[in-house]
Design a binder for this molecule. Structure first.
Ligand code: SF4
Length: 279
């Protein structure tokens, strides 16, 4: 059963820019749209699962992505997808197409194809399940991204924004970025008030050490500010499940994750814990 959740291969039948995965957080099949086909990202998270040693030669092709999505809409209506070898161990209650996730191998909120993609999805929204935008939050204040977020909100979609740290020092370690953590929080706070919002947090051991109580307390303060201003739908906390980009990080057991996150649960934040990767 674990294998089916660990299988996040981006290649699927003949498609290039869309890929189905079985997702714990989604509760079924999630169809990813990979806007960052060239695997560029403005973070360098040590736990990233993207294999950047192999870069595709082709660029993202918006026209082809649309064609692939039209094909997938037909294909995913049938149970045939769950007979494929990679999905044969899917639990019965996960055999349902739950969402479209705009994610992939980089950061969609700074990608020029995000707004056209959202505009396209709106034209076929009646045929689609829920739309999820998965983001490290860096581009959320950009005017075109704000426009895309408005469309996402109109479609009843949801933003899953990453916030892995409470302190600047820890943020720089787990993101590989020198950006100000406060500016990441501010960008999350800038999303349209009508947009459904979840925070996703990947916790891990760094050089064998789990996040400190102080780190979690600082993270709690940030989560509380976001929750107070923008009623969070959920705070999804998970750990590493697939080979990470760097060997300095390791997963945390669900038991320890539960202990570490107890203060967040005691604060009545809408916490959901996942063993392994949540996606
Ligand atoms: S933001 Fe996502 S894609 Fe970018 S490096 Fe981090 S985990 Fe990888």
């Amino acid at each position: 059963m674990e294998d089916v959740f660990a299988e996040h291969n981006r290649s699927f039948l003949e498609t290039r820019f869309i890929y189905p995965v079985i997702s714990r957080r989604s509760g079924g099949l999630s169809l990813g749209i990979n806007l960052d086909y060239d695997k560029t990202c403005n973070f360098d998270c040590p736990y990233c699962q993207v294999n950047r040693r192999e870069i595709p030669e082709q660029a993202f092709d918006f026209q082809r992505m649309q064609e692939e999505l039209h094909w997938a809409i037909e294909y995913l209506q049938s149970p045939e997808v769950f007979t494929l070898p990679r999905f044969k161990s899917t639990p019965e209650n996960f055999k349902i197409w739950k969402d479209i996730a705009i994610a992939g191998d980089g950061e969609p909120s700074v990608n020029p194809h995000l707004l056209p993609t959202m505009q396209f999805l709106k034209t076929i929204a009646s045929k689609l399940p829920q739309i999820v935008l998965i983001s490290n939050a860096t581009g959320l204040k950009r005017p075109k991204t704000q426009e895309a977020l408005e469309i996402l909100s109109q479609m009843g979609g949801v933003l899953w924004a990453k916030l892995d740290a409470g302190t600047q020092k820890y943020f720089e370690i787990v993101s590989g970025s020198k950006m100000k953590l406060q500016s990441i929080e501010n960008r999350i706070l800038s999303v349209p008030p009508s947009l459904r919002l979840c925070i996703q947090i990947c916790l891990m051991k760094v050089n064998g050490v789990s996040p400190s109580a102080y780190e979690i307390a600082c993270l709690q303060e940030r989560l509380q500010r976001i929750h107070d201003s923008h009623r969070l739908e959920s705070v999804q906390i998970y750990t590493i499940a697939r080979p990470p980009a760097q060997t300095i990080v390791d997963p945390i057991s669900l038991r320890e994750l539960t202990t570490i996150c107890q203060p967040l649960m005691d604060a009545n934040l809408p916490v959901n814990l996942y063993s392994g990767a949540a996606d």
